[in-house]
Write a protein that binds this ligand. Structure first.
Ligand SMILES: Cc1cc2nc3c(=O)[nH]c(=O)nc-3n(C[C@H](O)[C@H](O)[C@H](O)COP(=O)(O)OP(=O)(O)OC[C@H]3O[C@@H](n4cnc5c(N)ncnc54)[C@H](O)[C@@H]3O)c2cc1C
Length: 445
């Protein structure tokens, strides 16, 4: 074991989000010496569930859906019996002069366009240039644009077609790949169940309010410096293996940023190279609670998702169907979400209500009177996230894979941003990356 200044551990994990927790739980099972240092005073990172003040339902400020049937999450569900339910997969569209109507072929339209993308990693291009250079009718194009900006939180001028294809791939593991589920009591309950399953001793490995500011690495050992947010004291730690699970936005941030990290003597070159090709996407999610479920009058069948064209702010809305509840979510991803990161919440609500007025055929004034509550979290200006989730830029799908390899013999990157394939930008992808990182740490001396 290596001697230390303030503390030493065989492994240090930075970040107590899904990836960091998954990695720590695995190391605990193997009785390894480790600690998890987390900047916030809580676990979960981008998982942030609140209880509605009005209904008994969870309000998800971060992730809400389980995408497909990922084994990493479902195995936990089966052992803990955490209740979850199918999300109603009905998509409606609305525009200025056209009433709300069902789009039966919602997924087929997207799939048809995806199939037109040449599968050629040697000749990648931005999603924007692909759309500009292919004959696709304008309605399908705008539908697809909304999907890439919304679902992938991406800027079409930056996202590469090959990176998009790799996240859209359905692997054998993704049984029921396109299906969506929701936890009955939210991701918060999933998280606490996950941590509880590790046993009480796990909590003693967690160090909160500790912001990593400096990594001084050599072939022999790694020296770390954390700044404690509460006491303002510096903590020095030495370890043999470092598992970094901080978001891509933080890894790309300058050292002077709140969570920015200074690397000595320099950041691993392969990390710097990979980060050039991975971008942090932006999302705005407004969780409204209304007095009445007026959207149920707009459609004959259960209303689940509503979409309009991407020139509107908040072009996507969803209900909690099949659960009837007073909650309606407004969703904006991509460049418009990035633009909004400096807006006040009131301005975002005003922009969202303009679109909702179009959807509901109600006036903005009458909608304002309907609002009971609106909860949101600004992930783009949150210093420990600096965005929502990641996507891969042009020519990046190969290089981004380097993030899954051990760097300089003892540095391991985990978290959603290090995931290749369909788990990128998801909770289950983050969880799988934490398990992968633990496996790698266990094989290193
Ligand atoms: C609005 C929104 C909606 C989403 N919807 C979905 C969804 O429906 N389904 C889905 O599967 N996924 C969704 N996601 C994505 C999902 O939330 C993430 O992929 C996942 O939670 C990431 O986990 P992680 O462990 O990689 O990162 P995080 O959860 O961000 O954990 C990283 C941790 O590192 C800490 N940290 C940062 N900097 C430092 C530092 N310098 N020192 C110490 N600690 C630091 C952070 O505080 C954080 O706790 C959504 C995300 C957002 C923002």
């Amino acid at each position: 074991m290596v001697r230390t200044e303030d503390a030493f551990f065989d492994s240090v994990i930075v970040g107590a989000g899904t990836a960091g927790l998954a990695c720590g739980i695995e190391l605990l099972k193997r009785k390894k010496s480790f600690a998890i240092f987390e900047a916030r005073p809580r676990i979960g990172g981008r998982i942030l569930t609140r209880q509605s003040k009005v209904s008994q339902l969870p309000v998800e400020l971060g992730p809400e859906f389980i995408h497909g049937y990922p084994s990493e999450i479902m195995s936990l569900t089966d052992s803990s019996k955490l209740p979850f339910y199918d999300v109603t997969d009905l998509h409606y569209t609305f525009q200025k002069k056209k009433p709300v109507h069902l789009v039966k072929e919602y997924w087929d339209i997207l799939q048809n366009i995806l199939e037109k993308i040449p599968r050629n990693p040697e000749k990648d291009q931005t999603v924007k240039s692909f759309l500009n250079n292919h004959k696709i009718n304008s309605w399908a194009k705008s539908h697809f644009t909304s999907f890439v900006e919304g679902f992938h939180s991406a800027n079409l001028n930056l996202m590469g077609t090959q990176g998009l294809l790799s996240t859209e791939e359905v692997t054998e593991d993704d049984k029921n790949g396109s299906e969506l589920f929701r936890w009955k009591n939210g991701y918060g309950e999933f998280l606490s169940e996950f941590v509880t399953s590790a046993g009480k001793s796990f909590l003693s490995h967690l160090r909160f309010d500790s912001v990593l500011k400096k990594i001084d690495w050599s072939q022999k050992q790694i020296k770390l410096q954390f700044h404690n947010q509460k006491t303002s004291r510096w903590i020095k730690v030495i370890c043999r293996k470092l598992i970094l699970t901080v978001p891509i936005g933080v890894l790309k941030a300058p050292a002077r940023a709140v969570a920015g990290i200074e690397w000595l003597p320099y950041p691993p070159p392969s990390l710097t190279k990979s980060l050039e090709f991975v971008h942090m996407g932006h999302v705005e999610k407004l969780n409204f609670t209304f007095k009445n479920r007026f959207w149920e009058d707009l459609t004959e069948k259960q209303s689940a998702f509503f979409h309009t064209t991407p020139d509107h702010y908040f072009p996507t809305w969803w209900t909690q169907m099949p659960m009837r509840s007073p909650h309606l979510v407004a969703w904006q991803g991509g460049p418009k979400a990035e633009e909004m990161k400096s807006w006040k919440t009131e301005a975002k609500i005003t922009a969202a209500l303009k679109t909702l007025a179009l959807l509901s055929r109600k006036t903005k004034t009458s909608l304002v009177k309907e609002i009971i509550d609106c909860e949101t979290h600004n992930w783009s200006s949150d210093p420990f996230a600096l965005g929502a989730y990641s996507y891969v830029g042009v020519d990046g799908s190969g290089i981004a894979k380097n993030l899954t390899k051990v760097l300089e013999g003892r540095i391991i990157i985990a978290g959603e941003g290090s995931v290749t394939g369909s788990g990128r930008g998801t909770v289950h992808g983050a969880l799988a990356s934490g398990l992968r990182a633990a496996k790698q740490a266990l094989t290193l001396n």
